[in-house]
Design a protein around this ligand. Structure first.
Ligand SMILES: NC(=O)c1ccc[n+]([C@@H]2O[C@H](COP(=O)([O-])OP(=O)(O)OC[C@H]3O[C@@H](n4cnc5c(N)ncnc54)[C@H](O)[C@@H]3O)[C@@H](O)[C@H]2O)c1
Ligand SMILES: [Zn+2]
Length: 370
C-alpha cells in the first residue's frame, strides 16, 4: 500500500525479498499486517518492560485477533545482547511450544532487534522474524539489512549472523515516548545517508533540523525515515555481505566507534560518536581535496547543529590503537569512508594515522580552513 502517510519499500534480495512498511499508526494495524503470516502457529514476542509499559495494547490486538503468542522481556540495555539471554529465549521458546513454523516478533530498539534476530536465526536452525523497531536508530538502520548479534566480553557484536527478516514494520509514532537525546543522536544515521548517498537528505536535515527534532511535522519525519530505509535497503540489496558498497554505511563509524569505546559505551551515545566521527571524516576528505572549502564548512555547520556531550581529553594513540582492532580493518587494510562531495561516499584505503590525528584536533578547534 502506498498512501500519503504509508509507504511500502521493497528490499529486493534475490533469495529473501521483503518489505519495509513505513507509516504513522501502523502499530494499531499490526494484526492486519501479520494476518497473512498467521497459520495458527505460536508467535514469540521479544521486548522490554520499558516498551511494553507504553505499548502493551499493540500486543493486545494480536490476542483479540486470535493470534497465539507468548511474550518474553529482556533487560532494557546493552546487557541483553548476551549469549545467556539468547539461551534464556531459546529455552522459553521450547517451553512455549515454538516449532519451526513459529515466528519471532522483535518489538524494540537495536538491542531487541539484534538479540531477537540472532535467536530467530538459530532456533531450530532458523525461524521467521519480523522486526518492529521502536527507536529511530532501529527504524532507519539496525532493523534493516539482517545483521544480528550478541556481544562478548572481548567486544561488541562479535557473534552473530546476517539473517533477513520477513518484514519490517516502522511506525514513527513510537518515537513519542523515546527520550529526546536518543532520537536526536540517532538522526546522525539519517544525515549519514545524506552525506554518502543522497544530498537531498543532507539538505533536508540541515534546513529542517529544528522541525525534525520537534517531531511535529509528520510528512517531514516520514520523508526522512522512509528515504533512510530505502537507501539502507538498496545498499543491502547491492551488497548483503559487506564486501563493497555496504562499507559506505560505516561513514563516521571508524573514529566514532573508537570514541564510543573510549567512553566504554557509557556517556556517549552511538549516534554521538558517529557525529564526531563524521566531523573527522569530513576533515580528512577536505584535506585530501575531495571536499571544497565551501562543502567542508557547510558540512561541519550542519553537524554542529546536533547537541553533543563534551568529549574531554582524547588520547590520539588510544584512538589509533582501537581503530587497529576494528572489524573494518580487514587483512591489515583499513577501509575508511570519505566523501567525494556531499552525497557521494567513497571507500579509501589510504588514510594515514597522521590524517586521523589531525582530524581529532579539529574536534577542539572547529572547522578552520587552515
Ligand atoms: N544490526 C545492525 O545493523 C545495527 C546497526 C546499528 C546499531 N545496532 C545495535 O543497536 C543497539 C542500539 O540500539 P538503540 O539505539 O535502538 O538502543 P536500545 O535498543 O538499547 O534502546 C534504547 C532504550 O530505549 C528504550 N526504548 C526503546 N523504544 C522505546 C520507545 N518507543 N519508548 C520508550 N523507550 C523505548 C529501550 O528499552 C532502551 O532502554 C546496539 O546494541 C547496536 O550495536 C545494530
Ligand atoms: Zn551506526
Amino acid at each position: 500500500m502506498n498512501t500519503a502517510l504509508h509507504t511500502s519499500i521493497p528490499v529486493d534480495l534475490d533469495d529473501y525479498p521483503y518489505s519495509i512498511e513505513v507509516g504513522f499508526g501502523l502499530r494499531h494495524q499490526l494484526a492486519e499486517l501479520l494476518k497473512p503470516y498467521n497459520k495458527g502457529q505460536m508467535f514469540f514476542v521479544v521486548s522490554q518492560d520499558t516498551i511494553l509499559k507504553h505499548y502493551q495494547p499493540v500486543l493486545d490486538q494480536l490476542a483479540e485477533a486470535g493470534f497465539r503468542f507468548v511474550t518474553h522481556v529482556v533487560p532494557a540495555d546493552e546487557s541483553a545482547k548476551n549469549i545467556s539471554y539468547a539461551e534464556e529465549l531459546w529455552t522459553a521458546m521450547v517451553e512455549a511450544g515454538c516449532d519451526r513454523s513459529s515466528m519471532l516478533l522483535a518489538l524494540g530498539g537495536g538491542v531487541v532487534g539484534d538479540l531477537g534476530g540472532f535467536v530467530a536465526s538459530t532456533y531450530m536452525r532458523g525461524i521467521d522474524v519480523i522486526q518492529i523497531p521502536t527507536t529511530l536508530l532501529a527504524m532507519i538502520d539496525s532493523a534493516i539489512g539482517g545483521k544480528t548479534a550478541v556481544n562478548l566480553p572481548a567486544g561488541k557484536n562479535l557473534v552473530g549472523r546476517i539473517y533477513q527478516p520477513k518484514m519490517v514494520v516502522v511506525d514513527p509514532g513510537f518515537l513519542e515516548t523515546l527520550p529526546t537525546r536518543n532520537v536526536v543522536s540517532s538522526m546522525a544515521e539519517a544525515i549519514k545517508y545524506g552525506f554518502i548517498k543522497e544530498k537531498r537528505i543532507f539538505d533536508l536535515m540541515d534546513e529542517r533540523f529544528d522541525d525534525m527534532v520537534a517531531l511535529d511535522d509528520q510528512a517531514l519525519i516520514l520523508d526522512i525515515i522512509a528515504s533512510s530505509c530505502r537507501i539502507k535497503g538498496d545498499v543491502v540489496v547491492n551488497d548483503q555481505f559487506e564486501n563493497g558498497e555496504r562499507r559506505l554505511l560505516n561513514y563516521g563509524h571508524t573514529i566514532g566507534h573508537a570514541l564510543e569505546a573510549i567512553h566504554a559505551y557509557q556517556g556517549l551515545y552511538h549516534g554521538e560518536g558517529v557525529l564526531y566521527g563524521m566531523k573527522c571524516a569530513n576533515h580528512i576528505s577536505w584535506k585530501k581535496g575531495l571536499l571544497s572549502d565551501d562543502e567542508y564548512q557547510h558540512s561541519q555547520a550542519a553537524l554542529d547543529k546536533f547537541p553533543l556531550p563534551e568529549l574531554g581529553e582524547v588520547d590520539p594513540d588510544q584512538v589509533l590503537e582501537i581503530i587497529g582492532h576494528d572489524k573494518k580493518n580487514i587483512n591489515g587494510m583499513l577501509h575508511f569512508i570519505l566523501l567525494d562531495g556531499v552525497g557521494q561516499g567513497i571507500v579509501r584505503t589510504d588514510v594515514s594515522p597522521e590524517e586521523m590525528v589531525a582530524s581529532l584536533e579539529t574536534l577542539k578547534t572547529g572547522a578552520r580552513l587552515a
